[in-house]
Ligand binder design. Sequence first.
Ligand SMILES: *[C@@H]1O[C@H](CO)[C@@H](O)[C@H](O)[C@H]1NC(C)=O
Ligand SMILES: *[C@@H]1O[C@H](CO)[C@@H](O)[C@H](O)[C@H]1NC(C)=O
Ligand SMILES: *[C@@H]1O[C@H](CO)[C@@H](O)[C@H](O)[C@H]1NC(C)=O
Length: 412
Amino acid sequence: MDRPLSLLFLLLFILHLSRRSHQQPINPIDKAALLAIRRTLDDIPGSNFFSTWDFTAPDPCSSFSGLTCFPDPSSSALRVTALQFGTGLSDSPGLLGSLSPRLSNLTQLAQLVLFPGIVTGPIPPELGQLKNLRVISLTNNRLTGPIPQSLASLPNLHTLDLSHNQLTGSIPAQLTELPQIKVLILASNRLTGELPSRWTQLLHLDLKMNDFAGRIPSNLPSSLRYLSLSENQMWGPLKGLEKLSELVFLDISMNSFNGTIPSSLFRPSLNSMLLQRNNLFGAIPPRTADQSYGPGSVIDLSHNFLTGQLPPTLAGAESLFLNNNRLIAKVPQEYVKSVCSGATKTLYLQHNYITEFPMEKGAKLPDSVSLCLSYNCMVPPVGLSGCPASAGGQLCRPAFQCAVFNNGTTIA
Ligand SMILES: *[C@@H]1O[C@H](CO)[C@@H](O)[C@H](O)[C@H]1NC(C)=O
Ligand SMILES: *[C@@H]1O[C@H](CO)[C@@H](O)[C@H](O)[C@H]1NC(C)=O
Ligand SMILES: *[C@@H]1O[C@H](CO)[C@@H](O)[C@H](O)[C@H]1NC(C)=O
């Protein structure tokens, strides 16, 4: 091949490439859908997300912000595969309006994201037609109505985050059984009813701040790493949690759970365990694991009806809240060491029936430590700095209360 001819081929090839990446037309149905979707949404003053959405532009796929396209293998046109409404920047007020049912015309859509704003109205049930959807994230807006049952038929749905809206109704049947679902975040809505009884292999389940009732399902998936049921109306024993051996984060605080705490939950790999403000009773189980809690660990068992002595197991947790229970006797030496070395940064033991915090005379606490010992059956050996205001100003309990709970009980 001579030189000018090969140059010509090179030029044609480059032209071909640039056509592919820049001038390939968007599918006309997708373009019409975008126009309809745009008509129901707008920038809140101060947001300028839609400033790039000029429908006279030749190439929406490369000029509209928030849009990702991909060539459709069966035609030459580009299809919308991802749509992100809003910038997600903290200084942007976001969007208002509502979500158009015409979203369902974007049949290749795999990802739909709506950043925080004040978008109102329902989640269009038509989204259930988008069989390629993998990610739906519509958080921090004012969406109302139920979670559409149709979402429970999305075979590829991996992540569903509808948190911080005003959604009502219960979790649709089969949503928690979707074959691909791994992340389900419905926190901070007005959802009611009992939790489903059938589950696939979820990793992350966040249902906090709703009005869910009933017991913990007995068959939550053992794959769970993150579970929050905090601030609901749930009750019953903590059955169903023992076998969640992968859990790293557990928050069931502020419900009405009543029962004892399974000893299998006291393992350092469960790095955050928040069980406060329930009706849990019984003793905190003694040591079950050889490892000890380390940096970053948070154990909150406060505001329950726990009895018995403090087990050495928990010493070493970075933040440990055992206040407002019925714990008795002397604090084990391990706790004192952990606080004095600074490994434990917060230790709340106020409002119990504890008789001694065995700190050596002249020992000093690091400045970073919050230690609260007020309202027990002793005079605290150190001042009450770091105590929350809710602990009150009283150093000790009245003696008659202490007589009932500490009648000759000592550490063996
Ligand atoms: C576009 O979506 C609307 C609303 O779901 C539907 O009625 C219409 O049939 C769809 N059009 C096409 C071409 O799919
Ligand atoms: C737990 O609470 C429920 C509902 O208030 C009650 O019926 C049940 O007896 C309680 N169980 C225990 C073990 O206290
Ligand atoms: C201590 O008090 C508890 C509860 O009131 C009681 O069951 C127990 O028998 C008492 N023990 C002693 C040694 O008095």
